[in-house]
Write a protein that binds this ligand. Sequence first.
Ligand code: GLV
Ligand code: MN
Ligand code: MN
Length: 413
Amino acid sequence: MNPSTLRINAERFKTNFEALSKIGATPDGGVHRPTFSQAHLQVRAWFRELAAEAGLEFNIDSAGNHSALLQCADPEAPTLLLGSHLDSVTNGGRFDGAIGVLSALEVLQTIKDAGLYLPIHLEAIDFTDEEGTLFGLMGSAAVAGKLTPQDLLGLRGGRNALLSGLSRAGLTEEGLLMAKRQSHQTLGYLEVHIEQGSRLIEAGADIGLVTSIVGTNSYRLTFLGRADHAGTTPMDARLDAGQGASAFTLAARQQVMRNYPQCVVNIGSMTLEPGAFNIVPERACLSLEFRAHDEDTLDQLERALLELAEKEAQRFNLGLDIESVGAHQPALMSQQIQDVFHRAAKSLNLKTVPLASFAGHDAQSMASICPAGMIFIPSVDGASHSPREYTEWQDCVNGASVLLHAVLSMAIG
Ligand code: GLV
Ligand code: MN
Ligand code: MN
């Protein structure tokens, strides 16, 4: 058969997507599958069954990454990895990560069903904890050998959540640190993902060719004041931790918009303690995350935001505790893989545009051990990390089809 005429099975792909969307489904049309939650463990078992039904081999590495495998006869042949993640953010959308894993699986099934022999191994991988419930990009960072013992001490989800999650999933910290793959065994990594923004729709394009992925740093900041009676303590005598945290939140937004217009900052949670109507807050704990496309800017932004936090703490006579809870470096996507994706899209009459990614992705970890590339498909209204996330089904089919033809091109030219 002529491989250029090969097409994915769009009906099977959709059936799988609908079944997957039911696992951890929320009443508002989204999914809730934080890493190692019941729903996450369930979706992983489901993926394993699906791979078995498809007659594919299955592997779980020591970081808990789940893979369906289509192996060639030569054990020395390199592996081309395709994938994404099946975990979700809290009350997230159905498409983020899921489309990438199911596209990868669909590509393996299509090639297998066609009886096409490729001289490389193919692997459809579901990476552990992409979303950062615990660490973020954890499974891919482990595969890339980027995860350090230090990383596992201070992490976004906290150490207790890591340890209890690992134990629920039958994994260990040692395993996480031993999952590195060798570059020479890995031909490349390809990922399909929803755009999570509206640039593709605005450009009237079908496929985004990802040029680079943003770097992200995360901190837990605690403003420290003093608990006092909320009625009897004069306003000017309070050490109100909530004031420092709120002032910092507003000033951080202003600072980024004025001095770092290409960057973003988010304070995604703020907890006041003891947390009562009638007690001046003694502690205010913030989740701070900021992103930039190059390392120098990320470093400058880090200094600027931490100085600002110190300044606001001093203004309200508060203490400040700063804890780093994760950093992911920016990464460039392989030009060669962008070209492969471009040609594959062109052969299917799909219009492409180059795009930088403001979301983090496993491809950014993988880029340090092999050529890595991603494509985006359109997100309606740019909505993501929300149950409002939606992508037209034809766009999902387009993404999986471009992936198929990119794989064929990398495997047989
Ligand atoms: C992952 O989706 C991230 O960019 O936070
Ligand atoms: Mn994702
Ligand atoms: Mn996400």
